[in-house]
Design a protein around this ligand. Structure first.
Ligand code: FE2
Ligand code: FE2
Length: 317
């Protein structure tokens, strides 16, 4: 870590955007500059050979399945593998969107550009650590949607998302809040694998800054959003977040331990434990949209109500 990364004091001439947001973003950059973690040096170690997550943190918790200890061990490893895989891919989409945003900026001295570069650095560093975890775990589950037709639509969808900042930032909030809750639970549980715990703790520290940044800039992103983007955020994005949540552990994971893939996945998706987790993980995203003026209390769109388990006033129901 060097002090040369510390951002310069605010220039006399204000850059674009609100002063309060500028100051907040500069503080986040300063925090990132002070806390540079190189995972290959600072997070040594490997994933253990046992069950990585305790029973109550497995996706099948509450389903009353009669699984042997070996099935639970393998399931926990495949679940962590599936979540880690999705995380690396999601972060790559975020990086593409942020890189594009920088490319389109006319003022590179805007403090948002500096923070985005810190965020890109943090994401790529912890992505390398996630890959190290995958090399240890060696998951074998085959994603049933890894087919040319799905990939075609996925590519088109990603191109849309990275070119629509309001959608991108809302999905960034979704993609960061959801793992944050899973990682909080895993890192606080005494029976989680020690290395998985350490990785989760490290990731959550960096993601806390990313969440603060996304929340801070969402109001100005929303203000600039075109009507079609506003419509997509209110109606389509909650469906995409639901899909992201449900596919964190994909059906192929259950097939590895001899369970029917899609049937088990559907049971997990509908289980009260899983639904409660989804509500808890996604409500902060809705709150951020309300704070940003994107959604009004009393008029919460139906897809957001369904995703978060709330009424039109954003109250749990
Ligand atoms: Fe991340
Ligand atoms: Fe992040």
């Amino acid at each position: 870590m060097t002090l040369t990364d510390t951002p310069a004091p605010p220039p006399a001439k204000a850059t674009a955007g609100s002063g309060a947001v500028d100051s907040k973003v500069r503080r986040l950059s300063a925090a990132s500059a002070k806390r540079i973690i190189e995972p290959d040096v600072d997070v040594p170690g490997h994933v253990g050979d046992g069950q990585l997550l305790p029973d109550e943190l497995l996706s099948v918790a509450g389903l009353d399945l009669d699984l042997t200890p070996e099935q639970r061990r393998v399931l926990s490893r495949e679940e962590v593998g599936s979540i880690t895989n999705s995380g690396i891919a999601f972060e790559a989409v975020l990086e593409a969107g942020f890189a594009l945003e920088i490319a389109h900026r006319s003022d590179m001295t805007d403090p948002r550009v500096t923070f985005l570069l810190h965020e890109l650095g943090e994401e790529t560093r912890h992505q390398r650590l996630f890959i190290r975890m995958l090399e240890d775990i060696r998951p074998t589950a085959v994603h049933p949607l890894d087919k040319p037709l799905f990939r075609f639509f996925e590519r088109r969808g990603i191109n849309q998302i990275i070119n629509r900042p309001a959608m991108l930032y809302t999905l960034v909030l979704g993609g960061e809040e959801i793992p944050d809750l899973f990682q909080k639970r895993a890192s606080e549980h005494p029976d989680t694998d020690p290395f998985v715990k350490a990785v989760n703790r490290y990731h959550r520290q960096e993601e806390a800054r990313h969440l603060s940044f996304a929340r801070a800039v969402l109001p100005e992103v929303w203000e600039k959003a075109r009507p079609v983007d506003r419509f997509l955020v209110r109606r389509l994005v909650p469906r995409i977040i639901q899909g992201m949540f449900d596919l964190l552990v994909h059906p192929g994971v259950y097939e590895v331990i001899g369970l029917p893939g899609w049937d088990t996945w559907k049971q997990v998706k509908a289980s009260p434990t899983r639904v409660a987790t989804r509500h808890e993980a996604t409500r902060p995203v809705l709150e951020a949209l309300i704070d940003a003026g994107a959604v009004r209390r009393g008029r919460v769109p139906a897809p957001w109500r369904e995703l978060c388990g709330v009424d039109a006033h954003a109250q749990p129901c």
